[in-house]
Design a protein around this ligand. Structure first.
Ligand SMILES: Nc1nc2c(ncn2[C@@H]2O[C@H](COP(=O)(O)OP(=O)(O)OP(=O)(O)O)[C@@H](O)[C@H]2O)c(=O)[nH]1
Ligand SMILES: [Mg+2]
Length: 365
């Protein structure tokens, strides 16, 4: 899974990115300190993996990973070259979802490019810049399609779609709001990679004091929550600054620090939950002496396609899947016991994989 971080300059994107990836992207109290895209990878924490590793005495443990891309902040008019322009958006065209960082903390020491803390105004500013960028993409495509559309029915149909989509965006709408009921249109949308067609997770960046009640007493956070609810988006509350401090600690210290602050989960845990839920993702597990590993799939994925995540041969030559739920396996204490108790099921190609399934695929190529 790949996530791209957007937001105004100086709202805490790189601070969040650093804390998430410990990759050391530069963060400083002046706008535009991120100039090159920063890419970082984090492991998805999953205690089931550790328990399975123990049970199987696995030589290797491989978690699922999320890739983050941190880009320079956008300002109003970025599409027309204001600030650092909008060319950095090219670096996040391929992401699965957008993490939109909005400033909800008051701190006169940290400059806000528009002079005051107002998350809804900021969200509108960023949305418009994303829309303009998508319009640019469509304009380029329209120029290309127009050339061939005269003698090609399919291209003519696509041109019509591109023009409708462009007009829709120019009315100030996000592409994700466009209702598509046609298979061709669906395929085109997937190909265009429009930024405003991607699901969004808002990161409400708050001060330390707002962490304990998860931003409940901060009216800026309430505004973001309301906006997100109306727009099928997720919100999570973080303090990027505190996250960065947490990232420096080892696991035991971390636990104590979180308890002191009165919070249960780190920002990374919250972000992972929000993105899995927004994107409808789950994990299944494979376990053995050589390796125990988590695999990320979309809810509703059937056994052969889930197997295809491991290797295309597994999907092509799929015979069946031996499946036991993680909870059953742990309750029995061994695979053998689980099998004897009849808790290991033999599943065929129509089996829908569930979160926490521990699977052994049988295949033949
Ligand atoms: N008080 C406070 N300051 C923060 C917080 N998060 C970030 N900052 C400060 O805000 C400034 C800008 O943070 P960055 O993370 O560099 O901002 P950015 O969004 O990456 O900015 P650009 O890369 O310029 O677009 C730094 O001085 C941070 O220390 C926060 O949660 N609270
Ligand atoms: Mg930055």
């Amino acid at each position: 899974m790949k996530l791209g971080i957007v937001g105004l300059p100086n709202v805490g994107k790189s601070t969040l990115f650093n804390s998430l990836t410990k990759a050391g992207a530069e963060s400083a109290n002046y706008p535009f300190c991120t100039i090159d895209p920063n890419v970082g990878v984090v492991a998805v924490p999953d205690e089931r993996l550790d328990k399975l590793t123990e049970l199987y005495n696995s030589a290797k443990t491989t978690p699922a990973v999320i890739e983050f891309v941190d880009i320079a902040g956008l300002v109003k008019g970025a599409s027309k070259g204001e600030g650092l322009g909008n060319q950095f958006l090219a670096n996040i065209r391929e992401v699965d979802a957008i993490v939109h960082v909005v400033r909800c903390f008051e701190d006169t020491n940290v400059i806000h490019v528009d002079g005051s803390v107002d998350p809804l105004r900021d969200i509108e500013t960023i949305n418009l810049e994303l829309i303009f960028s998508d319009v640019e993409i469509l304009e380029r495509r329209i120029a290309k399609t127009t050339r061939g559309a005269r003698n090609d029915k399919m291209l003519a149909k696509e041109l019509d779609f591109q023009q409708r989509m462009k007009a829709f965006l120019e009315d100030g709408n996000l592409a994700i709001k466009y209702e598509i009921d046609d298979e061709d249109e669906q395929a085109w949308m997937a190909e265009y990679n429009l930024l405003t067609a991607k699901p969004v997770i808002f990161a409400a960046n708050v001060s330390e004091e707002d962490l304990a009640d998860d931003g409940a007493s901060n009216p800026h956070v309430a505004a973001v929550r309301k906006y997100a609810a109306e727009n099928n988006s997720e919100v999570f509350v973080i303090s990027a600054e505190i996250e960065q401090e947490i990232a420096e600690l080892d696991d035991d210290e971390k636990q104590m620090f979180l308890e002191d602050l009165g919070i249960k989960e780190s920002g990374l845990d919250k972000l992972i939950k929000a993105s899995y839920s927004l994107l409808g993702l789950i994990s299944y597990l494979t376990a053995g002496e050589t390796e125990t590993r988590a695999w990320t799939i979309t809810k509703g994925t059937k056994a052969p396609q889930a197997a295809g995540k491991i290797h295309s041969d597994f999907e092509r030559g799929f015979i069946c899947a031996e499946v036991v739920s993680y909870d059953d396996l742990m309750a029995c204490g061994s695979y053998k016991d689980a099998k004897e108790k009849g808790l290991v099921g033999l599943q065929g190609k129509d089996y829908v994989v569930k979160d926490g399934d521990v699977i052994l695929f049988r295949f033949n190529v």
